[in-house]
Ligand binder design. Structure first.
Ligand SMILES: C[S@@+](CC[C@H](N)C(=O)[O-])C[C@H]1O[C@@H](n2cnc3c(N)ncnc32)[C@H](O)[C@@H]1O
Length: 306
């Protein structure tokens, strides 16, 4: 097992969510197997199928498999293709975003705190690295990443400077990008104490190059189709963009859709699910102090009816 410390977020709430589930649970974002391990320990009768798009998760899954043998099967797969497994599940967990393994390894290029190649791909075998994106992305694509996905208020300055200086600038490493932002854009100082000024730009580029929101929409749709009646679908989000998608999808399944393009009269909508909690679960102060990443986590869950 990796030496790095990995603490599964909202572990107790996740265990509570799945406590009555028998049969097979899909952990669609295996990561370091923290939630999987806790679930397998909680209920000695369940089986878990683990998925992760990151090839590095394969060896971590093998370590967990050594402990639980035939109770865990792992597939290197994006959850937007989960229907290809041709399986049905009694519970599905998605703990979105990047893992501490990915963030802490400089060579993955996710973090502005470690110097490494500017990559940011969860699956380094497909798609475009962050470096290539900055070197070749159109103005519209850069705006999508930095304004829409990064929600960076200074997006105009960042996009303008990338477009005008990229031919003479190197974006080889994460620190190249940090220095560029600090030297040439209005992001010299963060307005929020304790938040690094490059946080939002890194987040936006990461979401863009991994097509995270597209995969989430497709993953939710397929997850719900593959869920048995009475099954639980639980999702942990880390920022408002993904949380909005999950909330809207869950509301729609619970017959509470208020989507503004929704033209069907509400009375004809049939509930296919019910909310497992009245409000999303968030981390308490203890968890936030031991695992600061949990401060923005929200757990939402629904139970399938039909
Ligand atoms: C927050 S970590 C999960 C940590 C895990 N719950 C644990 O306790 O160890 C998120 C993981 O999901 C994976 N991931 C993100 N998007 C994915 C997708 N579309 N399909 C499959 N895996 C994905 C990432 O590679 C990362 O390993």
């Amino acid at each position: 097992m990796d030496e790095l410390k990995h603490i599964p977020v909202l572990k107790d709430a996740v265990l509570h969510c799945f406590k009555d589930i028998q049969g097979t649970i899909l952990d669609a974002t295996f990561g370091g197997g923290g939630h999987t391990t806790a679930l397998l320990e909680q209920n000695k009768h369940i089986h878990i199928i683990g998925l992760d798009t990151d090839p590095d998760a394969i060896s971590r899954a093998e370590d967990v498999q050594d402990k639980f043998l035939h109770r865990l099967h792992f597939f290197h797969c994006n959850f937007s293709h989960l229907k290809l497994l041709c399986r049905e599940f009694d519970g599905i967990l998605m703990d979105l975003g990047v893992s501490s393994f990915q963030l802490d390894q400089a060579q993955r290029g996710f973090s502005f705190q470690h110097n490494g190649p500017l990559d940011m791909r969860m699956n380094s075998n497909e798609g475009m690295s962050a470096k290539t994106f900055l070197e070749t992305g159109s103005e519209g694509e850069l705006i999508k990443a930095i304004r829409d996905f990064g929600e960076e208020p200074q997006w105009r300055s960042v996009v303008k400077q990338i477009l005008s200086l990229r031919h003479s600038t190197s974006f080889k490493t994460t620190f190249d990008l940090v220095h560029f932002l600090q030297k040439y854009t209005s992001l010299r100082r963060s307005k929020k104490p304790g938040i690094h000024p490059a946080t939002r730009v890194f987040q936006g580029i990461r979401i863009y190059v991994n097509r995270e929101l597209d995969h989430l929409k497709e993953g939710l749709r397929q997850a719900f189709e593959c869920l048995n009646p009475n099954g639980i679908l639980a999702v942990i989000t880390f920022h408002s963009l993904e949380d909005r998608i999950v909330k809207q999808f869950f509301n729609e399944k619970c017959g509470k859709s208020r989507h503004r393009f929704d033209t069907e009269p509400r009375q004809f909508k049939q509930s296919q699910a019910s909310s497992a909690f009245r409000k999303p679960i968030v981390a308490d102060d203890n968890e936030i102090s031991s695992n600061p990443r949990s401060r923005s986590a929200k757990l939402r869950a629904i139970r399938k009816i039909l």
